[in-house]
Design a protein around this ligand. Sequence first.
Ligand SMILES: Nc1ncnc2c1ncn2[C@@H]1O[C@H](COP(=O)(O)OP(=O)(O)OP(=O)(O)O)[C@@H](O)[C@H]1O
Length: 285
Amino acid sequence: MTAINVTNLHLAYPGGAQVLTGANLTLAEGEILGLLGASGSGKSTLLRVIAGLQHPQTGTIEVAGVITDDDGEHVPPHRRNCTMVFQDAQLFPHRSVAGNVAYGLQAANVPKPERRRRVAEVLEMVDIAELANRAITELSGGQAQRVALARCLVIRPAVILFDEPLSALDRGLRQRLAVEIRELLKQTGTSAIYVTHDPAEATTVADRIGVVEQGSILDLGPVSTLNIADLSDSVASLLGGLGEVTGVITAVSDESTTVEVVEKIVVLPGRQGGLGDTISVNLSR
Ligand SMILES: Nc1ncnc2c1ncn2[C@@H]1O[C@H](COP(=O)(O)OP(=O)(O)OP(=O)(O)O)[C@@H](O)[C@H]1O
C-alpha cells in the first residue's frame, strides 16, 4: 500500500493564477519526502489539499489506501489518516501541554486511562515529559513545535504533513530538531511530506527530495543520489546556488555532505570530508 497517491491535481485560487497544474506524487509507506520550491510555488497549497483543508478543482488523492478526493467527492480533514504540523504550531492557548496533546484522543472518544497513558508516552518520546502541565503561552518556539509534533504522533496517523515546522527557529536548533523528527518518524513508521526552504533541513529529514515548480512536482530521487550537476539552474539554485564556493562541512553521512557557505547551504552527493572541514565546491556546469 502507498501512503499517498496524488494524481493529476489542478487548483487555482479564485481570481488568481493556476497554482497546481497536473501535480502527481507517490509516497511509499514509511517514506519521508522533503519538498522544496520557490516562494509562492504552491507547497503549502499542496499540503492543505492533501490534508483536506482545501479542495482541488480536479484530480485524485489517496491517503493510506483510501480515496479522499475524486471528482468533487471529498473526505473531511478529521476523517483522513493524516495530520499537519504548521510553522506557527497552532496550539490551543487555553489548554496545557498535555491538554493539547490529548485533544485528538478526546475527539476520538478514547477512554481516559488509555488517553493518559498515550499522552505520557508521546511526551516522553518528544522529550518534554516535564512540561506536561505547562501553559502554552510559557513555551519556547522549539518546545511549542515538540508539542505540535506530539499532538500529531499521539493519534498515530499514517502520514504527517509538515509545513515549514522549524523555520521560525535558529539554525542550530533547526538542525537538531530535524534529526530528532527523522528519528521519531522512522521509529514510529510514519510517512511524511516535509516542506521547507532549507535544503540542509530537507536532506537531514527526508529519504527523497522533490521540488514544486510550475504547478507540478519534480521528483529528484533519493537524497543519497542527489547530484547538483544533473539539475536545471532553477532547481539547483533551490539546493544552494551555482558557482565556486568555499564553506565548512556541517553534516556528513555516507549518503550526503552538507556544506555551509555563509548563509548558503549546498548539498553534495556522498561523503566528501569530515565535519568542520573547509571545502571548495564548483557548482558551475
Ligand atoms: N487563499 C488564497 N487566495 C488566493 N491566492 C492564494 C491563496 N493562498 C495562496 N495563494 C497564492 O497561491 C500561490 C501558492 O501559494 P502557497 O502558499 O501554496 O505557496 P508556497 O510554495 O507554500 O509559498 P511559501 O514558500 O512562500 O510559503 C501563491 O501565488 C499565493 O499568492
